[in-house]
Design a protein around this ligand. Structure first.
Ligand code: PGA
Ligand code: ZN
Length: 432
């Protein structure tokens, strides 16, 4: 029995937004099967790998018929006979077959589903849970979660400018405890919003749909929710923001709808820096647009010794862009989304580049998700230190949190919660 790939099949499933997505199923000679489902972003960077969508009238243009057929017609024959344990070789074959710089021909949705399905098949062949297979015998930490309380930006009709209002509990001691604290804060936030006016349901990632008159109103309410939930803001529970500024503009200026004004990159940076002084903020993602390195660097220089500055759209899980960002001192942490680059191997290279420079690393979901829990295993097995999934409702989010509870339980007394060690050294020291 070997781990030789004997077939690769694709199928169309549906994601958490009710849009078509791609699942890949890889079968090995031993009969072992690995499966994975492609996620999909809404606030995407221009430098990302791109999904192949059918266009036209059906399914709002989001059909994946061509991506699914690329798996059966082209990808399956190309990687058939390869060893599933040779992830690097399989992913290199996928890149070569695609032939573009951004997976545009076969589709990043087809490629990422196959790449992750091969990984699952290899772990199943080794009779190991995926996180343990990836750890290769090293001790790895349980990641620190960042969990959304309010969703905004492109995930909530742009009701707030800021996309994600999240919390982090670096002193929780365990994943289980971090989720219990999150539950306190999430419920308290819902109660506070109810008092303010009609509750308007939840956004794309399950956070409360924002009902705020300003970005500061949301920050105030979140701070109050932490306290109302019975926790100390800035001690046990911190705020983490994803500005997703790429959606607001670029180095020529940013439009903040709630402020009804346009800001220069300098003003935008100054606003973010001011927020970090006025609120218990521990982490800020994409404070500037994807090519506005100057504003990214200004924010990092001002507060990066005690606030995590994460690059998402600016890095797009691309090792080369991580290197460029490091040379420019643009951030001190990297968001890692496998489908931003297309293959497991390339995503791991981006993570390694971040870790080499002493940065934080956060394995992340997309706003369009499914029951697929691969990212919980990647965050743990790769010892990334942090995991970002979305909010604390909706099963495509809870599936990942629940998988983390299973992993933590499986580690038993060996489980070490990353906690404050998840951050770049100066930030971890500031927290100590
Ligand atoms: P996306 O958003 O999945 O819609 O791109 C997530 C993020 O910006 O982190
Ligand atoms: Zn982001």
């Amino acid at each position: 029995m070997t781990a030789r790939i004997t077939s690769v099949a694709g199928r169309q499933l549906w994601d958490s937004r009710g849009r078509p997505t791609v699942e890949a199923e890889v079968t090995l000679e031993s009969g072992v099967v690995g499966r994975a489902i492609a996620p999909a972003g809404a606030s995407r960077g221009a430098h990302e790998a791109v999904d192949l969508r059918d266009g036209g009238d059906a399914f709002g243009g989001y059909g994946v018929g061509r991506a699914v057929s690329a798996i059966g017609v082209e990808i399956s024959p190309a990687i058939m006979g390869m060893d599933a344990r040779e992830q690097g070789a399989v992913d290199a074959a996928l890149c070569k077959l695609d032939g573009t710089t951004n997976k545009a021909r076969l589709g990043a949705n087809a490629v990422v589903a196959v790449s992750m399905a091969v990984l699952h098949a290899a772990a199943a062949d080794a009779r190991m849970p995926l996180w343990r297979y990836l750890a290769e015998g090293r001790s790895v930490r349980i990641p620190l979660p960042e969990i959304q309380i309010f969703g905004g930006g492109a995930h909530a009709g742009r009701r707030t400018d800021v996309q994600d209002f999240m919390i982090m509990c670096p002193r929780a001691g365990s994943f289980r405890r971090a989720l219990e604290i999150t539950d306190d804060v999430y419920r308290a936030a819902g109660r506070l919003m109810e008092e303010k006016g009609p509750l308007t349901g939840v956004a794309d990632e399950g956070g409360w749909w924002p009902n705020f008159s300003s970005n500061e109103d949301a920050l105030d309410t979140l701070t109050r929710a932490i306290e109302a939930g019975g926790h100390r803001a800035g001690e046990d529970v911190f705020i983490s923001l994803d500005i997703a500024a790429n959606e607001l503009g670029d180095s020529s200026g940013y439009n903040l709808a709630l402020d009804d004004r346009r800001m220069s990159g300098e003003e935008m940076g100054a606003r973010i820096i001011e927020w970090t002084k006025n609120y218990p903020i521990l982490s800020v993602e994409d404070p500037a647009g994807q090519d506005d390195w100057a504003t990214m660097a200004a924010v990092t220089a001002a507060v990066g010794d005690h606030v995590q500055i994460i690059g998402d759209d600016v890095l797009v899980t691309n090792a080369k862009r991580v290197e460029d960002a490091h040379a420019a001192d643009a951030c001190n942490a990297a968001l890692i989304k496998v489908n931003q680059v297309g293959t497991v191997t390339e995503a791991k290279a981006a993570l390694d580049a971040a870790v080499v420079h002493g940065w934080g690393a956060i394995v992340s979901a997309r706003s369009g998700e499914s029951e697929d829990v691969t990212i919980a295993h990647l965050a743990t097995g790769w010892d990334a230190g942090q995991l970002k999934v979305g909010s604390f409702t909706r099963s495509e989010r809870m599936a990942k949190w629940n998988e983390m509870l299973r992993i933590e339980e499986a580690m038993g007394s060996d489980a070490v919660f990353a906690g404050t060690s998840a951050f770049a050294a100066p930030i971890a020291q500031a927290l100590a």
